[in-house]
Each structure stands twice: as C-alpha cells, then as structure tokens.
Design a protein around this ligand. Structure first.
Ligand code: C5P
Length: 239
C-alpha cells in the first residue's frame, strides 16, 4: 500500500497575466512547481510524485526536477507525463502513469505551492483511515451569491444567497482511494472545461467525500496579487 501524489501543472495560467506557464513562474527565485513538488515530497507518506507537465513542456519540467534534485528528499520517486487540454484530462493522464502498488492518491494543484506538510499528512491519514475521498477546506469570509448571467453586458442578477456557515472553500491536496478515483475518471463525463476538482466527480458517483481542516497557506495562486502574498509567506517562513 503506497501513496502517490499527482500534480496537474499543465495550465497556462492566463489569469496571472502574460508570461510562462503558471507552474514555471518563480516565487522568490524557485519555480512554483518545485515548491508544490517539495510540499508533497515533504510528507513521509508520499513515495511517488507524478508531475503532469504542459504538453510541450515535458523536457523542461524533467530538467527542472533534475536541477532541484538536491532540494528534494531521496526517498521520493518522480515521474513526468504530458498533460491535456483541461485539468480533468491532465489528472487522468497522471493517473494512467501510476504503478500497480499505489493504493491511495493525492491530487494537488501546482498552483497551491505553499500547502504545509501537516495538511498533506491530515489528508493522507484520513484516506488511510478508510475515507474514500477527502478534501481540505476552510470556511468563507465573504458572503457568496449565486447569479444569473445575462447577455449584452446587462448587469448580472442575484438569484440566491447560500447560507455562508454551510459553505467551504476547497483546497488541495485532495485524497482518494486509487480505484475509486480511476473509476470516476472512466465514468463521469467531462464538460468542455473539465471538472475543476476531483472530489466533484466522486460526488457524482454518490460516494462520500469527507472534509478535513484546510490551511490559509494552501491558497491558490491565480491572480497577480496572489504572487505578492506567496512571496510574503515564503519570506516570513525564512525569517
Ligand atoms: O486553472 P486552475 O488554476 O483551476 O488550474 C488548477 C491546476 O490545474 C493548475 O495546477 C493547472 O496547472 C492545472 N491544469 C492542468 N491542465 C490543464 C489546466 C489546468 O494540469 N489543461
């Protein structure tokens, strides 16, 4: 029984502004992807990390891992595979590369480079304890509204306000029983954009998804301001 982490890192990151693919942009001089790989390898439970690279960036990602080999634990094995057009396809390609003896899988966004090892461990431990699907999540500070999109630039209309206390912002790594996640990817159809999280596919199968506490530092680097915050978090860790 071994645990692997699949890191989808094939996104272009257009919301960050122009530049390299998101995972290859640097935070305090180190590519975001390397931070994310390190965060997974930091868990003693994780023995294999599969990086899903941009389809034209496989070689670049491989040489990046070689370059940072000294900063990664020796006990961890690494694989690099090319990604697909959506996150969902990229995750599927990562799952296809897993060896037989992997029984539990974490799926972690390269875009969440600073997740603390305690959060990773909590997810793995919940899966090993028998949960088939686990998500780290935090309560929301903003009130969330559901809107109705309208055509021709007319202002959106608010249609509902879900009770905030019952909502959670979901992070990664999400943890799964390997067989169940593979089954979900084989049976749940993809939308044009693909699923934005793997747990949603498990929910569609009617299987239980449990929540463990997430962490503020597991935030997703999406917009330019997130880069500023990420570098500040790193600076504070070094201080
Ligand atoms: O775009 P978003 O921030 O939701 O992407 C989440 C994660 O999925 C990122 O780590 C991104 O690199 C990855 N992704 C991928 N393949 C795609 C699109 C996104 O691996 N085609």
């Amino acid at each position: 029984a071994r645990t692997a982490a699949v890191i989808p890192a094939a996104g272009r990151g257009v919301r960050l502004g122009p530049g390299a693919p998101k995972a290859l942009r640097t935070l305090n001089g180190t590519p975001m992807l390397i931070h994310a790989v390190r965060a997974m390898a930091a868990s003693r439970h994780v023995s294999l990390v599969v990086v899903v690279a941009p389809s034209d960036g496989e070689t670049e990602v491989k040489s990046l891992l070689d370059e940072y080999e000294h900063a990664l634990p020796e006990r961890t094995e690494f694989l690099v595979v090319p990604g697909g057009d959506t996150r969902q396809e990229s995750v599927k390609l990562g799952l296809d590369a897993l060896p037989e003896d992997i029984t539990a899988v974490l799926v972690h966004d390269a875009a969440r480079p600073l997740v603390p090892v305690d959060t990773v461990d909590a997810v793995v431990e919940a899966v090993r304890g028998g949960a088939v699907a686990v998500v780290p999540a935090l309560p929301l500070s903003d009130t969330v509204k559901q809107v109705e999109p309208r055509k021709d630039g007319a202002p959106e209309l608010v249609v509902a306000t879900p009770e905030r206390a019952l909502l959670r912002a979901v992070q990664t790594p999400q943890g799964f029983d390997r067989a169940l996640l593979v089954h979900a990817h084989e049976t749940v159809p993809g939308t044009e954009e693909g699923a934005t999280d793997c747990a949603g596919m498990v929910e569609r199968l009617g299987r239980p998804v449990v929540v463990v506490p997430g962490h503020e530092e597991a935030f997703k680097v999406t917009r330019p301001l997130d880069l500023v915050l990420a570098e500040a978090v790193l600076a504070r860790r070094r201080a």
